[in-house]
Ligand binder design. Structure first.
Ligand code: CA
Length: 231
């Protein structure tokens, strides 16, 4: 199969438990005990599909730093943060830095495995069908998973890519949070609807001319969001 998953966790007993279970689920698992080591493993294995990153680490880099670095280097691997904290701001932090999902400690290994499966499915499902969708200054290439605006490449996470794809396939159609959750995160996703708003906020920063006054992804008050069709 060779679907590679990186597990970054400094606590060895937690790490080996996660690793054993992911291996049992059929994944090719790569381990790291520090942020520095995780980046090294990533450079050696550019085909890593999913990275599970613990936030609290002993070295120079924490999980957020690793996430930010991977995105800055252009990686579009799926990223799941393991956060011990429960504050809303921490969840938002990780997502704003380019993570696709988060799991709060203590977590159950089946739940984590389910999240990995869901993210892999999302990455695979989005790979095919029609090749290119256009809207105004945007061109979304579904094979290369690339969004271009006025000839400029825009770096997207897996979730952002799925959101843009969902919007572009439903232009001028108001979508509520539940519809977006279903389309992007899948019907079995157990997280909160707020994750939709956080991702849209981040996406707007990347794609809108003036993020505070969005004209592509508009808010449909009391309902959800809509991609305004541009000729
Ligand atoms: Ca830790």
């Amino acid at each position: 199969m060779g679907r590679k998953v990186l597990v970054l966790e400094d606590e060895e007993n937690i790490r080996s438990f996660v690793v054993i279970n992911l291996k049992r689920a059929g994944y090719d698992v790569i381990q790291a005990g520090s942020g520095e080591e995780a980046l090294e493993r990533f450079h050696e294995n550019p085909d890593i599909m999913i990275a599970i990153l613990d936030v609290m680490l002993p070295g120079e880099l924490d999980g957020y730093d690793v996430c930010r670095t991977l995105r800055a280097e252009g990686s579009n691997a799926g990223i799941i943060m393991l956060t011990a904290r429960v504050q809303e701001s921490d969840k938002v932090n990780g997502l704003m830095m380019g993570a696709d999902d988060y799991v709060t400690k203590p977590f159950s290994v089946p739940e984590l495995t389910a999240r990995v499966d869901a993210l892999i499915r999302r990455i695979n499902v989005n790979g095919f069908s029609q090749d290119v969708i256009k809207s105004g200054p945007f061109t979304l290439n579904l094979r290369s998973r690339e969004l271009v605006k006025n000839g400029q490449h825009i770096d997207l996470t897996q979730v952002e890519f799925s959101l843009v794809k969902t919007f572009l396939e439903n232009q001028d159609c108001a979508l509520d949070r539940e519809a977006l959750l279903n389309a992007v995160w899948g019907p079995s996703y157990s997280g909160e609807e707020k994750i939709v708003d956080v991702n849209i906020r981040r996406l707007r920063i990347k794609i809108e001319d003036v993020p505070a006054k969005p004209k592509y992804i508009v808010t449909v008050r009391g309902f959800g969001y809509m991609w305004r069709k541009m000729s």
